[in-house]
Design a protein around this ligand. Structure first.
Ligand code: HAM
Length: 429
């Protein structure tokens, strides 16, 4: 029988990588906490409407990428294709508008599902951490939120990162700009790539995001949103830039940055790694979504957030920092050479673990030589050997696996209690 393999576009997170994931998560939680963000966990699926309406019918995500299915009660459900709409649904459902605003929430290692063409950096299941700050329009909040993602990655020690920034206007000025864009593209329609022909009718803003070579000159000459911002949006954007400068967060203006989800208004941004080539170089992205809460049934409420792809960040960390972040090595490996010794070994292992000493037990019946090989391979500092004599006299042979070959004190025979104290002392040093 052929063995099963994981389905296309998904990845196992293997034990060798788990120390890095844990380290990453710890930094995320600490950093979000420092900024006053609280953790939220929403279900892995929602009623399809939450995303169809929230993310936008004309977007790639809703049109081509959602994992949508009917459950046994005939309700249409969708596996989370992004984190924001579910958080907004929860904000409305749990009356969070009654709390002091803004409500600042974060999520971490949230599985996200998108039926994308599998390629490097693009998975069908990936994990995001993200922040959503709901209930405030002050551009200082935008700057603070950008500062969260920037701080997480600088604390992780990642380098060669940059922030791309743009403002795409609000409901007062965005429609006027879209009209200009449509007017500009109308005579060029026949010459557009197949995808852009669809974008032209469904989502003209996305025309600016086309990566086809032939469409680049058209994009270069297209009207730019910055010239069409209303006075309020212009002021909001100017203040945001000032705050970012005060916070020493470097950014680059990118008038073509429009993002792939429909809910954005005003601020949009992406965190780009210069160490990743190709199109999948965004480690994170986000922006304001001042109309989304109302769209999903709440009162008009301004908000901003970002999501960051954790697999992409982990790949970068592996590339930039190698195996610097490794799992804690065991301190003790216990070898028992007969049945009675095994009982003593089980008891001693328990005592050590109660004292927070990472302890491995050698299983089965093997020769001392084979057990020693395993103890050395485990990375433990101490091998505790319990043979027939030790089991009868309540002693242990303690061998320091990190001592040099010619060290006379490499192995000592001690009472169980002395053995325990010796190990405890060495660990506390
Ligand atoms: P997004 O740009 O679609 O935004 O995704 C955020 C990040 O998730 C991307 O920058 C990338 O790092 C990662 N990502 C996206 N798709 C994949 C994939 N197929 N494989 C691996 N990584 C991927 C959002 O999802 C918005 N909800 C962000 C947001 C939050 N905006 C406001 N609040």
């Amino acid at each position: 029988m052929t063995a099963y393999r994981a389905v296309q576009g998904v990845k196992d997170i293997l034990p060798e990588q788990s120390a890095l994931w844990e380290h990453f998560e710890k930094i995320i939680k600490t950093t979000c906490g420092l900024f006053g963000y609280q953790r939220i966990e929403t279900p892995i699926f929602e009623e399809t409407g939450v995303y169809a309406r929230g993310v936008g019918e004309g977007t790639d995500i809703v049109e081509k990428e959602m994992y949508t299915f009917k459950d046994r009660g005939d309700t249409s459900l969708t596996l989370e294709p992004e984190g924001t709409a579910g958080v907004v649904r929860a904000y409305i459902e749990h009356g969070m508008q009654m709390k002091p605003q803004p409500v600042k929430l974060f999520y971490v290692r949230t599985p996200i599902f998108r039926y994308e063409r599998p390629q490097k950096g693009r998975l069908r299941e990936h994990h995001q951490f993200g922040c959503e700050a709901i209930g405030e329009s002050d551009p200082m909040l935008d700057a603070e939120l950008i500062s969260v993602i920037w701080s997480v990655y600088t604390r992780m020690g990642l380098t060669n990162l940059s922030i791309q920034l743009n403002s795409i206007g609000d409901k007062a000025c965005k429609p006027g700009y879209m009209q200009k864009l449509i007017e500009y593209y109308t005579p060029l329609q026949d010459d557009l790539c197949a995808d852009c022909k669809v974008r032209f009718t469904k989502n003209p803003l996305r025309l600016l995001d086309c990566k086809e070579e032939r469409d680049q000159p058209k994009i270069a000459h297209a009207p730019k949103i910055a010239e069409y911002l209303c006075a309020d949006c212009e002021e909001h954007f100017a203040l945001l830039k000032q705050y970012l400068e005060e916070m020493h967060i470097p950014y680059t203006l990118n008038p073509l940055l429009v993002r792939g989800l429909d809910y954005y208004t005003r601020t949009v941004f992406e965190l780009i790694s210069e160490d990743i080539g190709g199109r999948q170089n965004a480690i994170g992205g986000g922006g304001r979504y001042d109309g989304l809460i109302e769209l999903l049934g709440g009162k008009p409420t301004p908000a901003i957030g970002f999501g960051s792809g954790m697999e992409r960040a982990i790949a970068l960390l592996e590339q930039q920092k190698g195996t610097e972040i490794a799992e804690k090595q065991p301190e003790v490996y216990i070898i028992a050479l007969n049945a009675m010794a095994k009982r003593k070994a089980a008891e001693f292992a328990n005592t050590l673990r109660e004292k927070d000493i990472k302890t491995l037990l050698g299983f089965g019946s093997r020769s001392l030589k084979a057990f020693m090989k395993a103890a050395n391979a485990s990375g433990a500092q101490w091998a505790v050997i319990i043979g027939e004599e030790e089991a009868q006299t309540n002693t242990v042979a303690l061998r320091n696996l990190r001592a040099g070959a010619d060290d006379d004190h490499k192995q000592v025979s001690l009472s169980v209690e002395e053995g325990l104290q010796t190990i405890l002392r060495s660990v506390q040093q």
